[in-house]
Design a protein around this ligand. Structure first.
Ligand code: BGC
Length: 223
């Protein structure tokens, strides 16, 4: 690793974003560079977009990728918000073959959680911490005393007779044209459900819609 730097890439349902990151300080060294996620988001097409980002930064070192699926040993095991073709694909191998760089891939919410515990709102915090990312899906990262329970997929809990993210993800707000009040109530119910199951000491929110927190903050009624 050169100067503690890696190229961090987030593969999302609508955009693939990259920036060079200092992993010792957690700081972005460069501006974020974003390319739209190809549609359909099949492995080859997404790998090409990742290569566009690598070329943009003229990057030659280690690449860390957050990917929206269960990832075990570099292999995608699910595909809720990305093309089904990914299931069984070795994401690490595909991306390192395409880019010529070593690649490490983990679930997107898991890596967001690791970053929060290392550098952000979860720094030096013990106990049970749950990070929920709100976007096209609901991603989750669960920690006990700093140890990650990988691939927790709490967005796929059964809730109200359906998959939770089909009830409370941001994509549902958009699709059903819910106002922030209506959506916020749903999200609050979901968080209360998580609270009931896990009794977390801290809940962190991330993902695109966490930027809109003020629009639904008052609707969240947790202990
Ligand atoms: C996927 C998760 C992912 C989340 C956020 C869900 O649909 O199943 O793996 O973390 O979306 O992208």
């Amino acid at each position: 690793m050169i100067n503690n730097q890696i190229l961090g890439i987030d593969v999302g349902a609508s955009g693939i974003k990259g920036a060079i990151v200092n992993v010792k300080t957690g700081e972005l060294i460069t501006e974020r560079f974003r390319v739209p996620t190809p549609s359909p988001a099949k492995p080859k097409a997404v790998a090409k977009s990742v290569l566009t980002i690598v070329n943009h930064f003229k990057w030659k070192g280690l690449i860390g990728v957050g990917f929206p699926a269960v990832i075990q040993n570099g292999i995608a095991k699910t595909a809720a918000n990305i093309d089904n073709k990914w299931i069984g694909t070795n994401v690490e191998k595909l991306l390192s073959k395409t880019t010529g760089c070593p690649v490490s891939v983990r679930n997107d919410a898991d890596v967001a959680g690791i970053a929060e515990l290392q550098f952000g709102a979860g720094k030096n915090k013990k106990g049970t911490i749950i990070l929920i990312t709100i976007g096209s899906g609901l991603g989750s990262a669960v920690f006990t005393d700093g140890v990650l329970l990988a691939n927790s997929e709490l967005g796929h809990l059964k809730f109200k007779g359906m998959i939770a993210e089909h009830y409370a993800a941001d994509s549902i707000r958009k699709k059903m044209n819910l106002n922030w009040n209506e959506w916020g109530k749903r999200f609050n119910e979901y968080l209360q459900h998580l609270e009931f199951i896990f009794s977390p000491d801290l809940i962190l929110l991330g993902g695109g819609s966490s930027k809109k927190f003020l629009k639904y903050k008052n609707l969240l009624k947790l202990d």
